[in-house]
Design a protein around this ligand. Structure first.
Ligand code: NAI
Length: 506
C-alpha cells in the first residue's frame, strides 16, 4: 500500500510532549503540518520548542540552518480545530482520557472529509473503544509513537475491530516513509511493547523483594551479562515510577488480574512515598547533587592453583565459555555428562530454572554452583551465580576463581529460581509467545517492536530460539514448580514448538 504523499497535509492535535514530536517527524518528512492545542499559545510554544531543539543540532554542526528553517516553516499552529478540516490525516495526541478523545474524534469526523484518516497516539486506550462512537470507525487507526517521537524508531500501527486494513496499511507505509520502523498490532491491552515488556520490570522487582541482590547489582547483571542498554531499576527511575506503575496496573486490570502482570508492592511504596525517580530526585537511586550510584556487589579476587577443568557433556548456550577457559591457560578435559563443569571442588552448571539447592540434592552434586545466562558468553564482562546451601566454602571459592580467570566480574546472588538474565529472558519470551498465539502481532513484528521500541539486544522469540529447543520451556516449568504459581505457566507455543522439535523461526 502506498504511503501518504508528502504533498498532503497532516494535522496533529495536542501540542504536548508527544504531539510536538510527531509534528516534527511529519514536517521533517516534508509534509505541511497543522498543530492544534486547546490551550491558548500551546501550539505556537510547541513549534518554538521544535525550532529550539533543531537549532541545537545546527549549533553542533549536525544540521544545516536552511533545513531547519524549512522544517519549522512547514509547521502551522492553528487556533481553531475547524482549521484542520482539509488534512489528509489527523493524529490526535491529547490527554489520555476516553471521553475527551471520543469527543475530539466525533468533532473531527464532522469537520473533515470522509477520506481523512483519523489516527490516535493512545498508549493504553482500546482503539476499538475509541472508534465505537464514530459513524465510520473503519477510518480510525492507532499510530503509537514512543517518547521522544523524533528519536524512537518504533511505531505500533494498531488495528481496532472495525479498522479498515487498507487504512492501517497506508499508515504503516507512511510511518516507514517517515523513517520509522512500523509494526502492526491488534488493539489489545498494552499492544505489543507495553505488554511484552512487563516481565523485564516485574522479575527484577520480585528478585529485589526476595532479597536476591540489591538494585545496583541486578542492574549491572542485566546490563553487563544481558546486554540490555539499561537495568530495570535505573530505567524505571528514568521513566518515572508513577508512569511505569500505572502502565503495569492498567495492563493487569485489562487482563482481568492475570498473575503474569501482578504489580509490585515495592514499586507501589516508591510511588506512595513520592520517590518517582529522576524527576523527584529519588527513586531506587538518589539524584541529588553529589550523590553517587552504589557499586554492584562483586566478589573479591580469588586464586586457585588448579590447572585442569573438566567439561561434562554439552554446555548448550554457555559453550563459548570453554574457549575463554582455554585462553586463560587451563587444560580442558571433555567427557560425557549432564552439561556441567568440574573445577577443583566446584561443580558449575547453567541454570535450568531450579534453585541450586534443589538441583544439588536431586542430582547428588552438593557442591553445585549455578550460573546465569549471558547474551554472549564469549564476551560477557559480568556473570551472576548462586551456590547451593550444601556447597562447601572451598567449592564456592573454586567456582568464583574459575570465572574470574576469564576476566568475568562475578556477582553472587541468593539462590532463587532461574537467576536474573535467564529468568528475565524466559519470561519475556513467554509473554511474546502468548502475544503471538493470541494474534496481537506476528513473531517478526513482536521481536522488531522490542528492539526498536526499547533497544533490547535481541527480540525475545529469536533469543528463545538461540537458547535451543525446549530450554525456555524447561526454565519456566522449573520456576513454576518452585513457586507453585500460575504466573510462570509456560506459553502453549513454547510447549508445541518443543514437541515439534522446532523454534519460532526454524
Ligand atoms: P501532554 O500532557 O504532554 O500533552 C497533551 C496536550 O494535549 C496538552 O498540551 C493539552 O493541552 C492538549 N489537550 C488536551 N485535551 C485537548 C483537546 N481536547 N483538544 C486539543 N488539545 C488538547 O501529554 P503527552 O505525554 O504528549 O501524551 C499525549 C498522548 O500520547 C496520550 O494519549 C498519551 O497516552 C500518549 N502517549 C504518551 C507517551 C509518553 O511517553 N508521554 C508515549 C506514547 C503515547
Amino acid at each position: 500500500m502506498q504511503a501518504l504523499d508528502t504533498q498532503t497535509t497532516i494535522a496533529v492535535i495536542g501540542a504536548g510532549a508527544m504531539g510536538s514530536g510527531i509534528a516534527q517527524v511529519a514536517a521533517q518528512a516534508g509534509h505541511r503540518v497543522y498543530l492544534h492545542d486547546q490551550r491558548d499559545g500551546a501550539a505556537t510554544a510547541g513549534r518554538d520548542g521544535i525550532a529550539k531543539q533543531l537549532q541545537r543540532r545546527v549549533d553542533k554542526g549536525k544540521m544545516e540552518q536552511q533545513a531547519v528553517d524549512a522544517i519549522v516553516s512547514r509547521i502551522h499552529p492553528v487556533n481553531a480545530l475547524s482549521e484542520v478540516a482539509d488534512s489528509r490525516m489527523v493524529i490526535e495526541a491529547i490527554i489520555e482520557d476516553l471521553e475527551i478523545k471520543h469527543s475530539l474524534l466525533t468533532d473531527l469526523e464532522e469537520l473533515c472529509s470522509k477520506d481523512t484518516i483519523l489516527a490516535t497516539n493512545t498508549s493504553s486506550i482500546s482503539v476499538t473503544a475509541l472508534g465505537a462512537k464514530l459513524r465510520h470507525p473503519e477510518r480510525l487507526v492507532g499510530m503509537h509513537f514512543f517518547n521522544p517521537a523524533p528519536l524512537m524508531a518504533l511505531v505500533e500501527v494498531v488495528k481496532g475491530l472495525a479498522t479498515d486494513n487498507a487504512i492501517a496499511e497506508i499508515v504503516h507505509a507512511t510511518a516507514a516513509n517517515w523513517g520509522k520502523k512500523p509494526v502492526f498490532a491488534t488493539s489489545t491491552p498494552g499492544f505489543i511493547v507495553n505488554r511484552v515488556a512487563r516481565p523485564f520490570y516485574a522479575e527484577s522487582l520480585r528478585l529485589l523483594q526476595e532479597g536476591a541482590a540489591d538494585p545496583a547489582t541486578l542492574d549491572a547483571i542485566i546490563r553487563e551479562a544481558g546486554n540490555f542498554r539499561m537495568g530495570p531499576f535505573e530505567l524505571t527511575d528514568l521513566i518515572g515510577h508513577d508512569v511505569n506503575y500505572a502502565v503495569t496496573n492498567s495492563v493487569f486490570k485489562a487482563y482481568y488480574q492475570d498473575a503474569r502482570f501482578l504489580p509490585s508492592l515495592i514499586q507501589k511504596e516508591l510511588v506512595e512515598a513520592g520517590r518517582l525517580g529522576r524527576k523527584s530526585g529519588q527513586g531506587f537511586y538518589s539524584y541529588t547533587d553529589g550523590s553517587e550510584r552504589p557499586a554492584p556487589d562483586t566478589e573479591p579476587a580469588r586464586q586457585s592453583d588448579d590447572t585442569t577443568l573438566i567439561v561434562e557433556g554439552d554446555l548448550g548456550p554457555a559453550s563459548a565459555l570453554i574457549n575463554r577457559f582455554r585462553d586463560a591457560g587451563l587444560e580442558i578435559v571433555e567427557r560425557d555428562g549432564p552439561g556441567q563443569i568440574r573445577f577443583g571442588d566446584a561443580v558449575l552448571a547453567l541454570t535450568d530454572g531450579r534453585m541450586a539447592t534443589e538441583r544439588a540434592q536431586a542430582e547428588g552434586t552438593p557442591d553445585l554452583t549455578l550460573f546465569d545466562l549471558a547474551f554472549d558468553f564469549g564476551k560477557a564482562t559480568r556473570l551472576a551465580l548462586c551456590f547451593s546451601d550444601q556447597a562447601s566454602e572451598k567449592a564456592r571459592h573454586d567456582a568464583v576463581a574459575l570465572l574470574q580467570m576469564t576476566n568475568i566480574a562475578v556477582s553472587a546472588v541468593k539462590d532463587r529460581p532461574g537467576l536474573v538474565v535467564m529468568r528475565t529472558v524466559a519470561t519475556l519470551a513467554n509473554e511474546a509467545a502468548d502475544a503471538e498465539l493470541h494474534g496481537v502481532a506476528t513473531k517478526e513484528d513482536i521481536d522488531l517492536a522490542m528492539k526498536a521500541g526499547l533497544n533490547y539486544p535481541e527480540g525475545p522469540l529469536s533469543w528463545s530460539d538461540r537458547l535451543g529447543n525446549g530450554r525456555v520451556l524447561q526454565v519456566l516449568t522449573n520456576i513454576q514448580n518452585s513457586y507453585g504459581e500460575d504466573r510462570y505457566r509456560p506459553a502453549l507455543l513454547l510447549r508445541k514448538n518443543h514437541h515439534a522439535g522446532k523454534g519460532f523461526y526454524k
